[in-house]
Write a protein that binds this ligand. Structure first.
Ligand code: PEP
Length: 253
């Protein structure tokens, strides 16, 4: 059975001292019990190294929220995969809907970032998801197919083993509206079937597909109980140690 993975996307929240406080509280809460799943926190760039240092000797892994696909150069304001690795982080969120909509990232750009992250040794948490308009227009599966196919262009099956997929319906992110477990399961099953077609049945069986979109302690267990939901990417509810720890406790053991 696939191990579930719970990741927290801190977005543009938590300065250095707030990051220290939150990581210390998570570490204390996790050492008291067996998490039974993998735990990743994704703080802002400015806190990565500090969070990684505090998280040592705990089950907490550290990820970034973005990166650029070039090795280095005149790209003011950007950060490279090797810079992220030097902070101790192991994962990077790519293709988040906020990057797609606010910063105009295309599937082609996201694909370049995924390829670069993989070749550098970072594990991408690759986000996909439809808008409300797309869902209501009946194009959810077309949108997901395009995002997955183009995002994973020229990714080998061996490389796919280092990718976590995160299905995040855009209409459920930060809105308090969660996909019902049945709605989420339907799309997760579609994605897994797509991985069979693009790669193989073995790759599809192995790949972790997280759900994201207003996951909170009250709805986590039911979502995480679905057969094709292998974890959660959590925004708002990961900013308080108590609620993030409760979501972690909801993992199937
Ligand atoms: C996210 O930002 O990836 C997310 C799922 O946010 P929220 O949990 O707040 O909807």
């Amino acid at each position: 059975m696939r191990k579930q993975i719970i990741a927290g996307n801190w977005k543009m929240f938590n300065n250095l001292s707030e990051s220290v406080e939150l990581t210390a509280a998570l570490k204390a809460g996790l050492s008291a019990k067996d998490a039974g799943c993998e735990v990743i926190v994704c703080p802002p760039f400015t806190s990565l190294e500090t969070v990684h240092t505090i998280a040592k000797d705990s089950p907490i892994q550290v990820g970034a929220q973005n990166m650029y696909f070039e090795e280095n150069g005149a790209y003011t304001g950007e950060i490279s995969a090797s810079m992220l690795l030097s902070t101790g982080c192991t994962h990077v969120i790519l293709g988040h809907s906020e990057r797609r909509t606010i910063f105009g990232e295309s599937d082609a750009v996201i694909n370049k970032k995924i390829k670069k992250a993989l070749s550098a040794g970072l594990k991408p948490i690759f986000c996909i998801g439809e808008t409300l308009q797309e869902r209501e227009g009946g194009t959810t599966f077309d949108v997901i197919r395009k995002q997955v196919t183009e995002g994973l262009q020229n990714v080998s099956e061996a490389e796919l083993g280092n990718i976590i997929l995160a299905y995040e319906p855009v209409w459920a992110i930060g809105t308090g509206k969660t996909a019902t477990p049945a709605q989420a399961q339907e799309v997760h099953a579609f994605i897994r079937d797509l991985i069979v077609k693009l790669f193989s049945a073995a790759a599809a069986e192995k790949i972790v597909i997280q759900y994201g979109g207003s996951v909170k302690p009250e709805n986590a267990a039911e979502l995480l109980g679905q057969p094709d939901i292998d974890g959660a990417l959590v925004g708002g509810a990961c900013l308080k140690a108590n609620s993030f720890l409760k979501i972690i406790e909801s993992c199937r053991k």
